[in-house]
Design a protein around this ligand. Sequence first.
Ligand SMILES: C=C(O[C@H]1C=CC=C(C(=O)O)[C@@H]1O)C(=O)O
Ligand SMILES: [Mg+2]
Length: 461
Amino acid sequence: MLKVKEDILRSLLDKAIQTIHTNEIKLVSYTKQIDEANPLAFFEAGKYMQGNRTFWKSSIDDYFIVGVGSALELATDNSTITYIENKWQNLLQDAFIHNPYETPGTGIVALGGMAFDPKKERTELWKEFNSSQFTIPAFTLTKYNNNYYLTTNVQVTANDHPEQLFNQLKDKEEQLIVESVDFPENTSVVSKDEIQPEVWKQTVKHATEQIKKHVADKIVLAREVRLELSKKAEPTAVLDQLAQTQPNSYIFAFDHGEGCFIGATPERLVKLEESQLLSTCLAGTAPRGETLEEDEKYKITLFNDQKNREEHDFVVQMIKNSMEDYCDNIDVPNEPSILQLRNLQHLYTPVRAKIKDGFSIFDVIDKLHPTPALGGTPREASLQFIRENEQLDRGWYGAPIGWLDSNQNGEFAVAIRSGLIQGKHASLFAGCGIVKDSDPEAEYEETTIKLLPMLSVLGGA
Ligand SMILES: C=C(O[C@H]1C=CC=C(C(=O)O)[C@@H]1O)C(=O)O
Ligand SMILES: [Mg+2]
């Protein structure tokens, strides 16, 4: 069986190289099913390969997509994601693809993300991250319903030698599919800088005043906490801890050179599978209780709290209205439910719909981002306030991150509960929805709890 599989890769390389004209470069993509492999071990083993690494675990299922090495980068600093979409479509048209599986997230997959606000000036902090950047990994491991798939992507030219290329790919594959690897050790936090809490609270107050003057209805404000760590933080160790401590969350890492953007976000932006679309409204927050009674009390209070319901409803209305342009059969429950996480609980409303022909996941992202859970309402007025008043560079925090495959499937989350680690330094981010009744102290406290998941896995809580 193994031999038959490998012969397909050989002949794919052969065919590609023979049909390519001089100066052309084409992508060859080959997918096969493999025996059980540990996604984290694969990610760790990929540390020594050239190119970016991406780790993605879906929030509800045992569903992983892990990419190591770069076959190709689709990136831009000044165009919209339409540019990425066009590049992606051209690439798919030209590529030599062998993927006999219908499983979403197998075959040629692009994994990436974008900046929260490409109009805001970039700082040094995010220098490793383009405004929009998608990686087509050299090797992708997909785990879905306890089946494992390995995809090899490689750029070939007319000058390549098929047998030589084949052997190189086999060698690399053997280095990646390993029984076990030593996982790196965890860090501890040496110092923590909350960065001007009083200034942040003043900005919250200023936002509430502007809201009362009807400049906007809701504005989401974020803050950054800087950490110094006992040693270089290793993404694999952080991911391992996040996976163990944060249920109901997408566990992700985008490891780009010196910087790794990493986190455990509960917020789905959009999932598209066979034209069925699922989005999630998540806004409105309460802590978890110490006892069952206290937990239940927080839950009921959150459900009935007018300020939180208002924060939430702005998101529901916006997502519902946006979907009307490109979806049929939109289904939105009348009332939110509660999503419980390790440290927090949120008001939660799932939105289901069927995407109309001719629309892609990029169209959906373009329309939805930023939702009022991360930007505000109305969109332009709230973004203007954030641009002028927020003291940090959000970079990819609060923006869509995720993947798409060549069969129009894909899933994107909103990158919250996250941080950027750079060697012995880390910047953690958290924000909250400011409405007219927001109290700066309470909002500060809310962001403190939102920072906890990342703070604790880095050894600081
Ligand atoms: C902006 C964040 O959370 C958003 C998502 C859920 C609840 C939120 C809130 O209640 O304020 C925020 O809108 C964050 O965690 O950094
Ligand atoms: Mg809130």
